[in-house]
Design a protein around this ligand. Structure first.
Ligand code: PEP
Ligand code: MG
Length: 603
């Protein structure tokens, strides 16, 4: 039950984008809806049938409106999917049988619909034809539409939000987040999610302060409540008292001053006191981020996550769609290079228009390069576009989730074929474009020496490397506390990769979130990474830390850390070391510090 009184409450989650925002809450329904199941008395059956028919009519109306809108839009995509859905809403098997079930079994519409949807799904499952089988997703879609109409829960669209709000939701997909515009959504809070989930990463890219994993948020917060979202400490204050509001306004002011001071690092080189140089690069998800990348003085793009080109649309991007995006990025960052990563779909990122099989364990399923090697035609479209863009600047090509040499050899064969096609067509591309692989699966670390012979560079993806080696789901807020970049196992893995790369004479970058965390910078320097690629918001802070160390100090910090047994011991050592140089920022429990004397979740 939601509480009526506007009492101040505190909710603790995981802060994922620094910044303090004060504003009004807007509750967004993104949960999967649960259909209530009820037996109804016989006299209510006609009424129930009518309720069901009305819901079907409502669903039809919405689909027709959506179709009209699509037809009106200039870049209208195909409307046949909507036609299929409209036809399904006339389908005897679904609609009439559901009405029959209500009449025969004396149950409510939601329950009857669920039974009939299940029956239809089974029929589709048993069909041999792959195409027809894949239409199962349409049935699910239609089922969800009618259910939402029945329950008055028509899904709100983020782009339709008109005023400045702080979105509060049970969960948000990376695709939802990608649609947020900063001048409307000033911050967001979700019950679910971890620090390195793609929703969190997207929030940082869009520079939207956010708190995820705030498990009870939708329980305590109502639309219209005043919220303070502290993306640094992960605290959300609901209906703050005047004293707390005052305190946070002060903190906001101090924070903004700090941000302004950090700006001096923009043009300073990323080098230690004794001249050891690393490259500080930016991770991006959208082409719109290029101006911010330039403003933050990044020395290139170390990771362009291209999967967002595939999200939030009804069809696959064409070669031209890809090409225009890549050309924009490549020209925008020139004379620096852009590392373009091929599609990494799956895991916590899904395509809305492809009927992918539901997987029990998507992080270990048909994700990233596995998907591209299965859907070679889709893969080739992307490779052609990347190669074409390479003629307009400096491009490096990166492949995600490589787990063995066979995969990279297969990839190289496909790339070779695409190059031959382009040459035959007289289309220019950079024949010397470097290719690299993400090192993010533990097996790739173990055979890093073998893989190093196959490619021109490595990029360590700690988000997944930690997920797979410590067996911690990166999107699950319940295990977030076990997500330990300073785990001795992780430090050893990184060390092993760097050594293998350097023995083979290739460069090695880190592009997981670990690379953008100031606390880890001295360790990463000591581990001899050549490049650190991060969200733009981290660049100044990382440079600040980096420029206060000597390379020797970093080396000795690493060798002392590698003698310790637990992440906690290593973190204590690293923090103590940083505290000597930055007593303000790295004081005891800085990340969790609450200046409020008392902190109580909920009541
Ligand atoms: C990683 O796994 O660390 C990485 C950079 O890739 P992504 O976060 O997109 O999985
Ligand atoms: Mg990854």
């Amino acid at each position: 039950m939601k509480r009526e009184t506007k009492k101040t409450q505190f909710i603790k989650g995981i802060g994922v984008t620094p910044g303090i925002i004060i504003g009004k809450a807007y509750l967004l329904d993104r949960g999967k809806i649960e259909a209530p199941a009820r037996v109804i008395p016989e006299f209510q059956i006609p009424q129930e049938v009518e309720r069901f028919q009305d819901a079907v009519e409502e669903a039809k109306k919405q689909l027709r409106l959506a179709k009209e809108k699509l037809l009106r839009e200039e870049a209208a995509g195909p409307t046949y999917i909507l036609d299929v859905h409209l036809l399904l809403l006339e389908d005897k098997n679904l609609i009439e049988n559901t009405i029959e079930t209500i009449k025969q079994s004396w149950i409510n519409s939601e329950w009857a619909l669920k039974i009939n949807l299940e029956r239809l799904r089974k029929i589709f499952n048993n069909i041999d034809d792959e195409y027809l089988k894949s239409r199962k997703a349409d049935i699910d879609y239609i089922g969800e539409r009618i259910l939402r109409s029945l329950m008055g829960k028509d899904k709100e669209a983020i782009p339709l939000i008109k005023e400045e709000v702080i979105i509060v939701s049970h969960d948000l997909s990376p695709a939802d987040t990608a649609q947020m515009s900063k001048d409307k959504v000033t911050a967001f809070v979700t019950n679910m999610g971890g620090r390195t989930s793609h929703t969190a990463i997207m929030a940082r890219s869009l520079e939207i302060p956010a708190v995820v994993g705030a498990e009870t948020a939708t329980h305590y917060i109502n639309t219209g409540d005043t919220l303070i979202v502290d993306g640094i400490t992960g605290v959300v204050v609901v209906n703050p008292s005047p004293e707390i509001m005052h305190e946070y306004l002060e903190r906001q002011r101090v924070r903004q001053k700090m941000e302004r001071e950090l700006f001096q690092y923009r043009d300073l080189p990323a080098e230690t006191i004794d001249g050891y140089r690393v490259k500080v690069l930016a991770n991006i998800e959208l082409v719109e981020e290029i101006p911010s990348v330039l403003q933050h003085g990044a020395e290139g793009i170390g990771l362009y996550r291209t999967e967002y080109l595939y999200l939030n649309r009804k069809d696959l991007p064409s070669e031209e769609d890809h090409f225009q995006a890549y050309k924009h990025v490549v020209e925008g960052i020139y004379p620096h290079a852009a590392v373009i990563r091929t599609l990494d779909i799956g895991g916590d990122k899904f395509l809305s228009h492809m009927d992918l099989a539901e997987e029990m364990n998507p992080a270990m399923g048909l994700r990233a390069i596995r998907f591209s090697l299965k859907e070679v035609d889709i893969f080739k479209v992307q490779l052609r576009a990347i190669l074409r863009a390479s003629a307009f600047g400096k491009v490096k090509l990166l492949f995600p989730m490589i787990s063995g040499a066979t995969e990279i050899r297969e990839v190289k064969k496909i790339l070779h074929a695409v190059r031959l096609d382009l040459s035959a067509e007289g289309i220019p591309f950079d024949p010397k474009m470097e290719i690299g692989i993400m090192i993010e699966v533990p097996s790739a670390v173990t055979i890093a020496d073998i893989l190093a012979k196959e490619v021109d560079f490595f990029s360590i993806g700690t988000n997944d490397l930690i997920q797979y080696s410590l067996a911690i789901d990166r999107v699950n807020e319940s295990v977030t506390h076990l997500y330990e970049p300073l785990h001795p196992a992780i430090l050893r893995l990184v060390k092993e990769v760097v050594q293998a790369a350097h023995n083979a004479g290739i460069r090695v970058a880190m592009c997981g979130e670990m690379a953008g965390e100031p606390l880890y910078v001295p360790i990463l320097l000591g581990l001899e990474l050549d490049e650190l690629s991060m969200n733009v918001l981290s660049i100044f802070r990382v440079k600040k830390v980096l420029r206060s160390y000597t390379y020797r100090e970093c080396k000795s910090l690493v060798s002392n850390s590698l003698h310790l047994s637990t992440p906690e011991e290593i973190e204590d050592l690293v923090r103590a070391n940083l505290r000597e140089k930055f007593p303000e920022e790295f004081g005891e429990n800085f990340n969790y510090r609450l200046t409020l004397n008392e902190y109580k979740e909920g009541e």
